[in-house]
Design a protein around this ligand. Structure first.
Ligand code: IPE
Ligand code: IPE
Ligand code: MG
Length: 243
């Protein structure tokens, strides 16, 4: 902690999204059960939330459980659900005092009612906080998000000619949240795994072989510094080439 960032504030990404991957392999490499890796992962999350506040990141989105993660053995799925409950129980008050606003991305319907209620009350409790917006993608899938948006657009009777990028975005779970500037994926996999597939159209990527439980504030700072060097063109050309 206490890491300093060597980049000017205007080069700091406003929105960072993280695919927190590699908990299982982290545990395996230590001869531990996979769930021990998930626990170590949530401890690291605490560090990265703190570092985000320190670094001046305004929005942090974390991929905690995908719509495809239900394919894992029931004991692992159950374990992951319990870890989330524990984290809410242990951390909520402190996060609230630190000015963190929690938001949920994904579908709550499929979760046990106890967990669903905990998530909803955490969102309600922190809704006026402004220091850091923490979006937790839990039972989230990018394809599911787009289908859900289309269903609601049709239900609302929107005419085909009125469908455009802005209105589509207003129907996504991320409505009102700017697109991620930087997406970090730990554990080296080169794929989106269905994370923010609409919103990441022009995001910058940082992939590291480090497993999530070992991805500390030092490497986080390095990821942000790497981002600050990128030339984001959004399909255009650099200003210096204009006549
Ligand atoms: C990421 O770690 C956490 C979740 C997907 C919930 P993994 O559990 O995917 O870890 P690996 O990829 O098997 O190492
Ligand atoms: C992506 O990791 C999901 C989360 C980090 C929550 P996975 O481990 O599920 O992704 P794949 O299966 O390797 O693509
Ligand atoms: Mg994985």
């Amino acid at each position: 902690m206490g890491e300093t960032l060597n980049i000017p504030p205007e080069k700091t990404p406003q929105h960072v999204a993280i695919i927190m991957d590699g908990n299982g392999r982290w545990a395996l490499s230590r001869g531990l059960p996979r769930l021990a890796g998930h626990r170590a992962g949530t401890e690291n999350l605490r560090r990265i939330i703190r570092a985000s506040v320190e670094f001046g990141v305004k929005y942090l989105t974390i991929y905690a459980f995908s719509t495809e993660n239900w394919r894992r053995p029931p004991a692992e799925v159950q374990g992951l659900m319990h870890i989330v409950e524990d984290v809410i129980d242990r951390e909520l008050n402190e996060l609230n005092e630190e000015g963190v606003q929690l938001r949920h991305l994904g579908r709550l319907e499929k979760l046990a009612s106890k967990l669903r209620k905990k998530v909803l009350s955490a969102v309600e409790l922190t809704k006026n906080n402004e220091r850091l917006i923490l979006n937790i993608a839990f039972n989230y899938g990018g394809r599911d998000e787009i289908i859900y948006a289309i269903q609601n657009i049709i239900r609302d009777g929107v005419s085909a000619d009125d469908v455009n990028i802005e209105m589509m975005e207003s129907y996504l779970f991320t409505a009102g949240i700017p697109d991620p500037d930087l997406i970090i994926r730990t554990s080296g996999e080169l794929r989106t795994s269905n994370f923010l597939i609409w919103q990441s159209a022009y995001s910058e990527w940082y992939v590291t072989p480090t497993y999530w439980p070992d991805f500390g504030s030092e490497e986080y700072a390095k990821a942000l510094e790497t981002y600050a060097q990128r030339d984001r063109r959004f399909g255009g050309i650099a200003e210096k080439f204009y006549e």
